[in-house]
Structure formats: structure tokens, C-alpha cells
Design a protein around this ligand. Structure first.
Ligand code: ATP
Ligand code: MG
Ligand code: FE
Length: 332
């Protein structure tokens, strides 16, 4: 079966073609417009999606060397995300399904981040644990089947991606700061600055205290030395990253112990972080886990993950009607 996947939940417009469970194209149009505002502006995101969606889909079809009329179903991100952004992808998918007379498949964006692990080999076996770390979510999920997932823990305030982006802002780095912190951290000393590890019960997370700690530290140091940020950027980034990674992995270790599950995956934009990837690999070796880390292009938002999730729903004939509407909030 040939599935067209559409993603438009935040600030990337993406389209992908999946043929019998294999990804043949994954076109991503990122929206540069938001950088100068220091974060995603919902109105501008919707407008950019409207401009990008048709050329992005055209390119995905072209690159996959298929014909529009060969497509068997269209899968789209229903939520969670920005409502105006989701509406563009949803409306496009509905029109396409109607015009081409093919079934429509709704996909949960957070499930799709996890299901990106079913694009390439090796694929995790059920049940596995997934730490989903993205711009809007931080979750530990017990994945029992493709669409049967149990939320074991989540953040009580900021998401891990937000922690990266907000601390980057304090360090005067442009949006989105996550990848820049990663880059600077490579040349820094992770023990240079001591940052607090919050004591949060169960498998939940909190990152707002970390943000405040960095703000106070930077303000105090700049008073003593106006050049502080420029001089210590690498050490600051390495220390911040090290703390975010240790908060994440300590909870993941706890979840593995609690459930006895040894197949461990990470997903979402922050799973592109090199510190998280290398520390997880080291931890996996120590505890004899089978560790699953997505390819970079499948970490941040992409339609390949929507198309693969759509493919697995197609096999179950799990379709929706034209009365479907997007949802800003959706549980995993
Ligand atoms: P959600 O999936 O929760 O709806 P989103 O779709 O906006 O949110 P993603 O696209 O999955 O989130 O991830 C974007 C986030 O990933 C941003 O916060 C960005 O800073 C972060 N990120 C991307 N690459 C890296 C990296 N190398 N290191 C740290 N953070 C990163
Ligand atoms: Mg994005
Ligand atoms: Fe996402």
C-alpha cells in the first residue's frame, strides 16, 4: 500500500510517501520566520503551512516516483499541536482523500514520534520503554503495541526541549537554541557550573527550577564580568546539557528498574542531542539494555513518522470520516 503522510503540528510542513512500510520520501519545509521572534508565532506558522503544503506534497510524490492516483490512503497529524497549524494539514488531507476517493487516517503526533522507530532496522520489540523528549513534551511511555501506549511519567512544567530553548535564550543564543547548546557543549566542561537536580516524585520531571538557576547564575556573573557569557559559553552549555541529560536518564533508569523492560528507546527533537545519545548508549551498556536511537531526520518533526504510523493503521483499516477535526491536546 502507498500512504501519503502529512505533518503540520508546529513549524515544519512535511510530506512523506511510504510504500509497504518503507519510507520513499520525507520532505521537510522548516519555517525560518520564527527565529527573529524568539519562538514560534502561531499565526505565522499557519500562513507558512498554507504556502508550503502543496509544493511539499508535490515534491514528496515526485521524489518517491509514484503517481498521485496510486496513493491508497492519506494520513495526517490530528494533534497535539497548534490548532491553526494542524487545521492546514487536516484540511489538505481531507480534501485530498475526498478528491482521490481514498481513506483518511488520523495520527497522534506523540505516538508518531515513537513509531518512527518502525521505519528502519533494528526495530524495538513490544513492550518497550520510550523517553519522548520534544519541544512541547517530556514523557516516559510504556509502548505495549503500535497504538497501545501507557504514560508512566511526564513533565510537571517545561518540556526538555523548552528547557534547552529557554536556557539558550538566557545565554543570548537564537531560537531554537537546543541544537546550539549541543554544539557549544562539545567544547565545554560539563562540571564547570553546578546546577540543581530537582527532587520530583515518581517518574515525573521538572525543568523550571533549572531555568531559574541559570538565570540567577548568569545575572550574578555578568555583574562581576560583563564578558562572562562570551568567555564561558562552552562551559555553560556543557553544564546545562549535562544536567538536562542526567535529569532525563535518571528517571529513565528508574522506569527500566520499575518495569523490568530492557528495550529502551528515545524519540522527539531532543533525542537529536549528542550528549543524550552518548550517555544513553553508555547507560545501556552498563545495564544491558537494547537501546534504540532514531536517525537524526526522524527526531524532529517529519512526515515519515506520520506515514509509518498511517501504514500500521491502514493494515487495521482504522480510518476516519470527513467530519474529523484537529485537536490541540491529545493523550499519547
Ligand atoms: P511536540 O513534539 O512536543 O509537539 P515539537 O514538535 O515542537 O513539540 P520537536 O520538533 O520534536 O518538537 O523538537 C523540537 C525541539 O527539539 C526544540 O526544542 C529543539 O531545541 C530541540 N532540539 C533539536 N535538536 C536538538 C539538539 N541537538 N539538542 C537539544 N535539543 C534539540
Ligand atoms: Mg519545529
Ligand atoms: Fe514533535
Amino acid at each position: 500500500a502507498i500512504i501519503l503522510g502529512i505533518e503540520s503540528s508546529c513549524d515544519e510542513t512535511s510530506a512523506s510517501i511510504c510504500i509497504d512500510g518503507e519510507i520513499r520520501s520525507n520532505i521537510i519545509a522548516s519555517q525560518a520566520i520564527h527565529a527573529k521572534y524568539g519562538g514560534v508565532v502561531p499565526e505565522l506558522a499557519s500562513r507558512a503551512h498554507q504556502q508550503n503544503i502543496i509544493p511539499t506534497v508535490d515534491q514528496a510524490i515526485l521524489q518517491a516516483k509514484v503517481s498521485k492516483k496510486d496513493i491508497d490512503a492519506v494520513a495526517f497529524t490530528r494533534g497535539p499541536g497548534l490548532l491553526g497549524a494542524l487545521l492546514v494539514g487536516t484540511s489538505f488531507a481531507k480534501s485530498f482523500a475526498l478528491a482521490m476517493d481514498v481513506p483518511l487516517i488520523e495520527v497522534n503526533h506523540m505516538q508518531a514520534h515513537i513509531l518512527a522507530h518502525f521505519i528502519d532496522q533494528p526495530k524495538p520489540a513490544f513492550p518497550f520503554l520510550c523517553l519522548t523528549v520534544s519541544g512541547g513534551h517530556t514523557q516516559i511511555v510504556l509502548v505495549k503495541d503500535y497504538f497501545e501506549m501507557e504514560l508512566l511519567g511526564e513533565t510537571l512544567d517545561d518540556a526538555a526541549g523548552e528547557a534547552f530553548d529557554k536556557t539558550a535564550k538566557i545565554l543570548n543564543l537564537p531560537y531554537p537554541g537546543g541544537p546550539l547548546i549541543d554544539k557549544h557543549a562539545k567544547d565545554g566542561d560539563p562540571t564547570a557550573f553546578k546546577l540543581p537536580e530537582p527532587q520530583i516524585p515518581e517518574l515525573n520531571f521538572s525543568f523550571s527550577g533549572l531555568k531559574t538557576a541559570i538565570l540567577y547564575l548568569v545575572q550574578a556573573e555578568i555583574k562581576k564580568n560583563p564578558n562572562f557569557l562570551a568567555e564561558r559559553m562552552d562551559d555553560l552549555c556543557a553544564s546545562v546539557q549535562d544536567r538536562i541529560v542526567s535529569i532525563l536518564l535518571n528517571k529513565l533508569k528508574k522506569a527500566a528498574k520499575q518495569t523490568g523492560v530492557k528495550d529502551i528507546a528515545i524519540a522527539g527533537g531532543v533525542s537529536a542531542n549528542s550528549g543524550l545519545r552518548s550517555s544513553l548508549l553508555a547507560m545501556g551498556e552498563k545495564y544491558k539494555w537494547n537501546v534504540f536511537i532514531p536517525k537524526f531526520e526522524y527526531c524532529t518533526d517529519n512526515a515519515a513518522m506520520i506515514a509509518i504510523a498511517g501504514y500500521h493503521k491502514f493494515l487495521k483499516k482504522d480510518f476516519v470520516g470527513q467530519d474529523i477535526s484537529p485537536l490541540a491536546r491529545m493523550h499519547v
